[in-house]
Design a protein. Structure first.
Length: 111
């Protein structure tokens, strides 16, 4: 985990969001809410194993501790990132943006 003081600063007007905000078509979509989630990892368990879980149980996930986390928007992978702390709360620093084909494939799959 790291602190946000190391994060690079983007100058206002120089980032993709500022460029999109100036696009009239984007403004029609800008206020649509989406759900962002971060996936730490996953595993498969039998129902009996789930029912045996108790306080203090440990479930091993399919990811290494130093792997980047998946950042999902409405279930589609959009980026990879790492955990940071921001004013005592968890945050996520974007490290790698998914290729356009990967992002669109996630959207098409649910359509």
């Amino acid at each position: 985990m790291s602190d946000m003081s190391e994060a690079p600063r983007i100058e206002r007007g120089d980032d993709p969001v500022s460029r999109m905000n100036n696009n009239r078509q984007f403004k029609l979509l800008a206020d649509i809410p989406v759900r962002m989630s971060v996936e730490v990892g996953s595993t498969s368990l039998r129902l009996a194993e789930v029912m045996d879980l108790a306080e203090g149980s440990i479930v091993e996930l399919d990811r290494q501790a130093d792997d980047l986390l998946d950042i999902m928007v409405n279930g589609a992978l959009i980026a990879k990132g790492e955990v940071v702390t921001v004013n005592g709360r968890y945050g996520i620093r974007i490290v790698d943006i998914a290729a356009t084909e990967t992002r669109l494939a996630g959207i098409e799959r649910r359509g």
